[in-house]
Design a protein around this ligand. Structure first.
Ligand SMILES: [Zn+2]
Length: 447
């Protein structure tokens, strides 16, 4: 048996190799697809031109609003310490013009904003006359056209964002992250799904065999992935319990609702750290303390997470303490109302502006995971106070949120039925056999 540290390293290496292979396979698929598309369009084009007339019809490629076949096109990448003049002088643009252009575009898109390693395009109508346009793409959302001929100015053009409705489904066989990754879904979906279901489902207790389905908006610009929009419907099966989250918007109502029309939010988040951490020690009034070697009650729930992971306020409230204690290390205590308060221990440092007396909002970063005070590894000890007594927040029955008004339900239910039916129709991909030893190693940091 290998020492644990080496074993962990090997595991990390294994994951990296799987990821690298995954992206390699994905890339080769992509290029093959592109080749096929190109071939198909060539064949298609030939067929059409034969059918229509004896003359071949050439369909111009439009890019940046220009018909590229009417220009001499240069595409290259800006190198380190390369200035605009160096790029344009070989294309017969006089230095005085470049200088004038640089001054004219100060407010639209200053040439000092051009960055190395970014692609640019130069369009020249007549190579004897010098270049007409210099085009630069600062990001996927926009591009800049510099007019090199008459106006000597710049125009920033924002590309239209397209939204496509997509579906995802998976069966968990090691972690949510691995399941998303191995099925080729965007990793941002984990956060989005957690955002929808975190009120009804404890993401720390998901297990192998659990299943999820999602209907969501995917944004793209010119066919390139540009992020996830809204999740429109979410389904999660945890053990034998099924959870649904349905997006609904009508007048003042906006958000996620369950099958009965109950809003899927609560005044309290389920945990103070996001998915990716795990419970390393539960609330236990008779715990044997690993550092002190004697029975000492544990009045909190420990979430082990990487040092520096943000710790968030689980609910709106006022900071009553942000200080240091010998056992607690750096800690923050928040009073939420006259009944409830929460406390977060062992922080490496406090969040920006966190001190006694400040108001905090639910989800706001109040500190970062560390191991200050009596702690064997980086974790946050999360303590929940009810009427001045520490209680197990996982057992606590917090009041349910108000249901949607009765008169709204006839409008909501048909939408719910449609989303639930669509979710039901999404097939599960074959689960990938990935062996991990994650569950064996659920020991770790305790305070
Ligand atoms: Zn603890």
């Amino acid at each position: 048996m290998l020492p644990k540290r080496i074993k962990n390293k090997l595991q990390t290496l294994g994951v990296l190799i799987v990821l690298l292979m995954g992206s390699f396979i994905f890339n080769s698929f992509l290029s093959k697809d592109l080749q096929q598309v190109q071939q198909a369009s060539l064949i298609g084009g030939l067929k059409t031109s034969k059918g229509l007339s004896a003359f071949p019809i050439k369909i111009p490629e439009i890019k940046f609003g220009f018909a590229l076949d009417t220009f001499h096109v240069t595409i290259d990448t800006i190198r380190n310490n390369q200035f605009l003049a160096e790029l344009l002088l070989p294309h017969k643009v006089e230095y005085q013009k470049i200088d004038q252009l640089a001054r004219n575009v100060q407010d639209t898109f200053a040439v000092t904003k051009l960055r190395a390693n970014k692609e640019y395009t130069i369009l020249t109508r007549d190579t004897a006359e010098g270049a007409d346009y210099f085009i630069y793409e600062p990001d996927v959302y926009s591009y800049v056209v510099y007019d090199l001929k008459d106006k000597l100015d710049a125009t920033v053009i924002y590309r239209p964002m397209e939204t496509t409705i997509k579906e995802a489904a998976g069966t968990i066989n090691s972690s949510l992250w691995v399941t998303m990754q191995s099925n080729g879904f965007p990793i941002d979906l984990i956060d989005k799904m957690e955002g929808v279901l975190q009120w009804s489902l404890d993401f720390y207790h998901i297990q192998n065999g659990d299943q999820f389905k999602l209907i969501y908006e995917e944004r793209s610009i010119d066919g390139k992935y540009a992020g996830i929009g809204k999740v429109l419907g979410a389904y999660f099966k945890n053990y034998d319990n099924e959870y649904y989250g349905i997006y609904y918007e009508n007048g003042k109502l906006k958000g996620y609702y369950d099958e009965e029309g109950r809003p899927m939010k609560s005044p309290f988040l389920k945990s103070p750290v996001k998915y990716g951490s795990r419970i390393s020690s539960s609330f236990n009034p008779r715990r044997f303390h690993p550092v002190l070697k004697r029975v000492r009650p544990h009045y909190g729930t420990d979430y082990a997470a990487a040092r520096g992971t943000p710790i968030v306020a689980v609910a709106n409230g006022v900071v009553t303490r942000a200080g240091y204690g010998k056992g607690n290390g750096n800690f923050v205590k928040i009073k939420h109302d006259k009944t409830y308060a929460t406390q977060y221990l062992h922080m490496s440092k406090f969040g920006k502006g966190i001190r006694s007396g400040v108001q905090v909002k639910q989800g706001q970063t109040i500190g970062y995971v560390g191991s200050t005070g009596l702690a064997t590894g980086p974790h946050v000890c999360y303590r929940f106070w009810k009427n001045g007594r520490q209680v197990n927040h996982l057992r606590l029955k917090l009041p349910n949120p108000e249901p949607m008004p009765e008169k709204e339900k006839p409008t909501y239910f048909p939408i719910r039925d449609k989303v639930v039916a669509e979710l039901g129709a999404i097939p599960f991909p074959e689960p990938l056999p990935i062996a991990t030893e994650m569950n064996e190693e659920k020991k770790g940091a305790t305070e």
